[in-house]
Write a protein of this length. Structure first.
Length: 317
């Protein structure tokens, strides 16, 4: 056991306790947490800062507001309803179209307006929120996934997790929905995490249920070698979230829309560590490389350039 621990440490694998003690507690002021724990607050801040997000159609804040939900939804055949303070994809309802008076889910099942109202009421009660506190229901644009992910994603919307340390993009992975995850991009529910090279935006190997995989479990399609579109723009969006939040250790979740490009989905002040397995690389070595810099650039663009230089693969030519 001690030998295994030493081997992991040598490879720079960061554990949960070390992450909390050396990075989250040190770099993330508690007073800044409300900026990322509430998706509505995050979205409003991003809009003010000129960061692209899925357009917001409306907010249901009280039970009284439910009577106006039908009017909010009237112009839209596709939309998403989600809790402002939810986590792990819980409480997210995706509507894919309309059929007569019914709202159609991605699995083809139709829901009457009354069921949509009931779902929004459940969100308000806090059953999906962090700590079970009363919540708000957000109605927003339904992302249309970039076709690059069509061969490796089951139904839902893949997202890209970018870990940003002191404003520098440090490690990245794309989370791909599977049949087992019911189309959700959540690793705990069975989605696949696939590492992405910071310098190039090319995917590498994957992780599924904490074990290394090379193919998508549903389609048998290779996970490596996918070029993420507009990668430099995506990196810069992630780096900008440092100024947005004031958090030094931050998970930035981004979706790639086929029309709008990279969109900020949400932020996380306590990002998980499975990203290391997806990348076959220890996180601590990269964090140390950033801390070793005499000073860090002030602009997001320059910090992205630093990330590319620090984390590019060595040439074998």
């Amino acid at each position: 056991m001690i030998g295994t621990w030493l081997a992991l440490r040598k490879r720079g694998i960061l554990g949960l306790n070390a992450r909390n003690r050396a990075y989250i507690m040190k770099r993330n002021p508690r007073r800044r947490y409300p900026l990322v724990d509430d998706k509505l607050t995050t979205k409003q801040l991003a809009i003010e800062s000129g960061i692209s997000v899925p357009p917001l159609y409306g907010v249901i804040a009280t039970e009284h507001d439910l009577s106006g939900l039908g009017d909010i939804l009237k112009p839209y055949s596709e939309f998403v309803i989600k809790p402002a303070r939810g986590s792990g994809g819980a409480g997210v309802l995706v509507i894919d179209g309309r059929r007569r008076e019914m709202f159609v889910k991605t699995d083809g099942r139709g829901l009457p307006l009354a069921e949509i109202e009931y779902h929004a009421s459940n969100i308000l009660s806090g059953i999906y929120s962090l700590g079970g506190v009363p919540d708000k229901a957000m109605i927003e644009y339904r992302v249309r996934v970039d076709p690059i992910f069509d061969p490796v994603s089951y139904q839902g919307v893949p997202d890209i997790r970018l870990l940003v340390y002191r404003g520098v993009p440090t490690m990245a992975m794309v989370r791909l929905p599977t049949r087992q995850s019911d189309g959700k991009a959540n690793l705990h529910q069975g989605a696949v995490g696939v590492g992405i090279e910071i310098a190039t935006g090319l995917t590498t190997g994957g992780v599924w249920h904490s074990r290394a995989v090379q193919e998508h479990p549903d389609y048998g399609v290779p996970l490596a070698g996918i070029q993420i579109p507009t990668w430099p723009r995506l990196l810069e969006l992630g780096a900008q979230c440092y100024e947005l939040t004031g958090l030094g250790y931050l998970g930035v979740d981004i979706v790639l829309d086929r029309t709008h490009g990279p969109l900020l989905l949400e932020l996380n002040a306590r990002p998980g560590l499975a990203i290391q397995i997806a990348n076959r690389s220890g996180l601590k070595l990269r964090l140390d490389a950033i801390d070793a810099q005499e000073s860090l650039p002030e602009t997001a663009e320059a910090r992205c350039a630093l990330a590319v230089e620090l984390f590019k693969k060595p040439s074998h030519s």
